[in-house]
Design a protein around this ligand. Structure first.
Ligand code: ADP
Ligand code: MG
Length: 700
């Protein structure tokens, strides 16, 4: 009897209802789910290293008999050590486990066991030893006499434990199922794609990915690069990319009700507002955007560029093209402060033009707001700059044709869609200063086109970064004093976490007083935080910009957009509490002028490993794209800034980071395949199940 890949797990031999419930909790429902969940790693039990050959520092597995085992107390209360001596023909090795008394029933003398871990010399002597290694009983445990060839003498898969389902049970179940696979297991991958890409047949891949043939290099397996694993990962990515491509096709059928042209008059109008020469990357990005504007389908483009790379002017020039074509544009920023700054900046830039922006934020007075609404509805204002107040029900545009959304990750998908609905199939440009690694851009934003500004405007020097512990505070203050005496200005930034907002605000306020009274009595200290009204905040920011404040204590409200060229020091307090992307953004606030700028990351004495890694990453590079890659590595895709709301897929076989090359291959394969116009039926077959598996970003 063969097994059915769609069989619910509870009916699979060796699982049953209780374990099936545990598996369901991990998203595993049918046999196929289990088959597509690759082992966490593989162990070579065919060529086992003799114990005598163990070397300190290397991760290895050994197989041997338990010679003796027992638990002992230690001087620390409640701390017990279980110790086992395991031996083979060549020698013996010690394994110690902390607080795992239950092992006395498992690592019983005479049993055959496999241990996996890193051996080191113990501090108290006694030779090499494993500390808390992974272990598996191979024989001597009555329950599995007879299935030795599953667990030993071969390369074995090691699975993640799921609730009550141990790695060993999983191996036993999968082995039994794989022996009874039907000849045809189906394949979501079209046969011609499989052949062209030189991939294994699905059935073979399933077997080999769990029970690799003798001689398969262990390094390949453990880095998920064996032919079998790659084929299964490719399959998942192919289906995913196919869905994206088809969704994209659908949006491409929409047509704008207007035409946008670019002629010499418009080019001259653009040159009139341009205050400097665009960099090559800015020109390229602008060209890509304007080319989109001229197309019949609405634009869906993401403009990525590091803090200070000059995205605003690019967006504004594109908006000018739309406005010259009789359309209105909207520029949406994530915070009031940023919207206000953009408004002032844009109003100044647009002076030589015939267009006028209006500001629309939540804190405008009722009268001003009404005027703004009226002008947008009548079309006498051509550009609206604002916050999410722009997407309120009562806002009407006369002819909205172009929407710019700054700092994308702060906006939900819904707001984007609402803005879109207010217009005439408007072109949408989303801008982000959080560079998204290409791997993710291809997935999360698979239905957006991407333009990248990867260089900063000329004359910028990289910000000198320094990581210092709290203990160096006095020295850091002397440094800040030195910079300020030379006429520069400084930011001191405090973290503000929502849960502890009050406490944090108090800390920032007290710090401002302390700095003013005790540390820098001859300097002018200001304080700005999110609780201030926008008027007050703006007054302070203006004073800082005008050089009337030397040192500005701020909560992270200054994170985005503020631009003060004379500020040369960014001192970040409790730097360990900030995310990597945030630290990078904050650092981008300085170094906008001609003076050498400094960013000091002051941290508490004790750091977690992740915090240490973040600080090291900011210290190591000023390239936002590298930072983003590191951020992704440290947190993993699930936690990456902004990705949660952007609908990254949950993958079961592949891993966005580890397998990003395969993702690119799959994408290319999808496009090549679609270009050949596969028959509808084949397409449908390939798409089946796609939407149930993946949920995608809704651009609107
Ligand atoms: P961001 O990409 O972070 O939004 P901005 O658009 O605010 O960056 O630009 C940062 C600063 O650089 C602004 O003061 C802007 O006027 C200036 N800038 C932008 N492009 C250029 C350029 N090509 N040459 C000189 N300065 C530029
Ligand atoms: Mg900006």
């Amino acid at each position: 009897m063969t097994v059915d890949l769609r069989a619910p797990l509870q009916f699979v031999k060796g699982i049953g209802p209780r374990r099936a419930a545990d598996l369901a909790g991990a998203g595993l429902h049918v046999l196929e789910d289990l088959l597509l969940r690759l082992p966490r790693r593989y162990d070579d039990r065919e060529h086992v290293r003799p114990i005598a050959e163990l070397r300190a520092g290397a991760a290895t597995s050994v197989v041997g008999g338990v010679l003796s085992a027992g638990e002992r107390r230690t001087q620390r209360r409640g701390f017990r050590i279980f110790e086992a001596i395991v031996g083979d023909a060549s020698g013996q090795v010690r394994a110690v486990f902390f607080n795992q008394s239950f092992l006395s029933d498992i690592l019983v003398p005479h049993r055959q066991v496999a241990l996996f871990g890193t051996v080191e010399y113990g501090r108290t002597g006694g030779g090499l030893r494993f500390t808390n290694p992974e272990y598996e009983v191979l024989a001597g445990d009555a329950s599995d006499e007879g299935d030795q060839r599953v667990h030993t003498g071969r390369i074995v898969p090691i699975y993640e434990r799921v609730g009550s389902v141990t790695p060993k049970m999983m191996r036993r179940v999968l082995h039994a199922c794989l022996e009874r696979l039907p000849p045809d297991v189906g394949d979501p991958l079209p046969e011609e794609v499989r052949r062209r890409c030189g991939l294994l047949e699905r059935r073979t891949a399933l077997v080999q990915a769990h029970f690799p043939a003798s001689g398969t290099p262990l390094e390949d397996l453990n880095s998920y690069r064996s032919a079998a694993q790659r084929r299964l990962i490719f399959e998942e990515f192919f289906v995913f990319q196919l869905g994206l491509a088809l969704k994209r096709r659908e949006t491409d059928t929409v047509r704008k009700p207007h035409e946008i042209v670019v002629d010499d008059r418009i080019r001259r109008a653009a040159l009139d507002v341009l205050p400097f020469r665009l960099t090559g990357h800015q020109r390229q990005a602008l060209k890509e955007i304007v080319d989109d504007l001229r197309r019949e389908q609405p634009m869906n483009r993401l403009l990525q560029g590091d803090v200070g790379s000059g995205k605003t002017i690019v967006a504004l020039l594109a908006a000018l093209v739309a406005m010259e074509n009789g359309l209105q544009a909207a520029f949406m920023a994530p915070t009031e402060l940023l919207a206000e700054q953009h408004f002032l900046n844009i109003a100044r830039l647009l002076e030589p033009s015939r267009f006028e922006p209006v500001l629309l934020t939540g804190t405008l007075g009722a009268k001003e707001r009404r005027t703004a609404w009226e002008r947008l509805a009548a079309g006498s204002a051509q550009l609206a700059v604002g916050t999410h107040a722009l997407v309120q029900e009562s806002v009407r545009f006369n002819r909205l044709g172009f929407a710019i959304i700054d700092e994308q990750h702060r906006f939900g998908v819904i707001q984007r869609a609402t803005l879109r609905r207010k217009g005439l199939q408007p072109d949408v440009l989303v801008m982000t200063a959080t560079p998204i690694p290409r791997t993710l851009a291809l997935t999360a934003y698979g239905d957006l086109d991407v333009s990248v500004i990867r260089e900063l405007p000329p004359g910028r020097q990289p910000v000198a970064t320094r990581v210092a512990s709290e203990e160096r505070r006095a020295e850091i203050y002397r440094f800040v004093q030195h910079e300020l005496s030379a006429g520069r200005q400084a930011y001191v930034v405090y973290p503000l976490v929502e849960e502890s907002e009050k406490v944090d605000l108090k800390a920032a306020t007290e710090m401002a007083h302390h700095l003013e009274k005790d540390v820098f009595p001859d300097l002018r200290v200001g304080l700005v935080h999110g609780r201030l009204g926008s008027g007050e905040r703006e007054t302070i920011m203006r004073a800082f910009a005008a050089g009337e404040i030397d040192l500005l204590v701020a909560t992270t409200v200054i994170e985005v957009g503020v631009d003060v060229a004379n500020a040369s020091v960014m001192l970040i307090e409790h730097a360990e509490r900030f995310g990597l992307a945030q630290l990078h953004q904050l650092r981008g606030r300085v170094g906008r002028g001609t003076h050498r700028a400094h960013c000091i990351l002051l941290h508490g004495v004790r750091l977690t490993a992740a915090a240490r890694a973040r600080l090291a990453a900011v210290n190591a590079t000023t390239d936002g794209f590298e930072i983003a890659e590191r951020d992704l590595e440290i947190r993993g895709p699930g936690d990456f800034v902004g990705t949660r709301q952007s609908g990254l897929p949950t993958l079961r076989t592949g891993d966005l980071l580890r397998d990003h090359r395969v993702m690119e291959d799959a994408r290319q394969a999808v496009h090549a395949w679609l270009a050949e116009q596969p028959p509808r039926a084949t397409l449908d077959a390939a798409v089946a199940g796609w939407s149930e598996r993946f949920h995608l970003v809704e651009v609107g």
